[in-house]
Design a protein around this ligand. Structure first.
Ligand code: NI
Length: 388
């Protein structure tokens, strides 16, 4: 085993043993800083408490402008690990069950490889070790700084337990969904369970709302556009013989087309308010927008394929997901009012349990190929895409 591989695997195991939740990635950040600093890699001044941004400065010419950025997310999940790995989590109830330990390690590996080859590199590459992806807004924290201000396009990646090692999943177009949350409060009039005629039953109205909301996907949205709505929580009442005054429901909407996102928000409100009214109740809808859908730019997809070819890795069509990733904020951030092209690839980590599963694990043979691939991707992108 070559030295770099051994080094990366050892560090991967350390990160796996020390999972930290969103915005709590203190030890993780310190360790990343230590490893990069040891390798002589520059770390940018950065105002956030966790995460960091490393920079590789090319020496090929006088260019100093940023030429590309790579996002590596670093947080873990509140899951009790149930693998039998000798390096399993040492923090009870926390687990790197989404492979962000691989993201960290492959990002560090790519930084080391690029640092070695900086004589061949023009301009600057930023490696963003981002906190709080699982909480869905860590990317916005980075965007509140000026890190992305001069970056012309951005790469993202994810560990993929549906593909073997040395396989890259990529496709043009939308690959993750926009993630929105809604909550509906239904107000009626409480009364004795034996005298419903004395009140207004919010549970019956809430049930009718749950049924009616499913008509959005089948009756309002273009049938060629992927989307879904799930009601995931419904509560109301305290006992068997009292009709309560209130009921609540909550759920999520996933879309890929930005117009569908607007349509859903409008229809969820209309259906909830008007269905409640039909039952004599009132409904109030709270809508919370999460990350938009990630869109893979066609030109960047070609570079992903070329980088894989150069390393003898195989590419397959990336599975699209109705899950979200806050990586999409880098591409399309309404709050920041800017858009940059991006591409989000899946790196095969050995076929096994899905991400967010208590037995998910990364095949350590995936680590060095992932690091090499990311370094190659950044280099190929700079070769192929002229400075903006
Ligand atoms: Ni993840």
């Amino acid at each position: 085993m070559e030295r770099l591989e051994q080094y990366l695997i050892e560090n991967f195991k350390w990160f796996h043993r020390h999972p930290e939740l969103s915005y709590e990635e203190v030890q993780t950040t310190a360790r990343i800083r230590e490893l990069l600093t040891e390798a002589g890699i520059e770390i940018l001044p950065y105002p956030l408490e966790t995460g960091l941004v490393a920079v590789i400065r090319g020496q090929k010419d006088q260019q100093t402008a940023a030429r590309a950025a790579l996002r590596c997310d670093i947080d873990a999940l509140p899951i009790v690990e149930q693998t039998s790995l000798e390096y399993r989590s040492e923090i009870p109830g926390h687990m790197h069950a989404c492979g962000h330990d691989l993201h960290i390690t492959a990002g560090i590996g790519a930084a080391l490889l690029l640092q070695e080859r900086r004589q061949e590199l023009s301009g600057t590459i930023k490696l963003i070790f981002q906190p709080a992806e699982e909480e869905a807004h860590g990317a916005l924290k980075i965007l509140e700084t000026d890190v992305m201000a001069d970056v012309p396009y951005v790469w993202g990646f994810h560990a993929d337990p549906t593909n073997p090692v040395n396989v890259i999943g990529v496709r043009e177009g939308y690959v993750t969904a926009a993630v929105d949350r809604f909550a509906v409060k239904v107000r009626g009039v409480g009364c004795h369970g034996a005298h419903p005629d004395d009140g207004v039953d919010p549970i019956l109205a809430a049930s009718a709302i749950v049924q009616a909301l499913q008509s959005i996907v089948s009756r309002n949205v273009n049938s060629f556009h992927p989307s879904l709505l799930s009601v995931t929580r419904i509560t109301g009442g305290t006992t068997w013989n009292v009709i309560p005054a209130e009921a609540e429901l909550e759920g999520t909407v996933r879309t890929m087309d930005r117009h569908d996102r607007v349509l859903y928000e409008r229809r969820v409100k209309e259906i909830s308010e008007q269905t409640a009214a039909a039952y004599g109740a009132e409904a109030e809808v709270e809508w919370t927008a999460g990350p938009p859908a990630a869109y893979n730019d066609g030109r960047l997809v070609q570079i992903c394929e070329e980088a894989a070819r150069r390393l003898g890795m195989k590419t397959v069509s990336e599975e699209r997901s109705m899950g979200g990733d806050d990586f999409a904020f880098y591409e399309d951030s309404d709050t920041m009012g800017r858009q940059v092209p991006g591409c989000y690839v899946k790196i095969g980590t050995g076929v096994g349990y899905p991400i967010h599963h208590s037995e998910f694990c990364v095949d350590t043979r995936a680590i060095l190929p992932a690091a090499r691939y990311l370094a190659q991707l950044l280099l190929t992108g700079i070769e192929r895409i002229p400075p903006f």
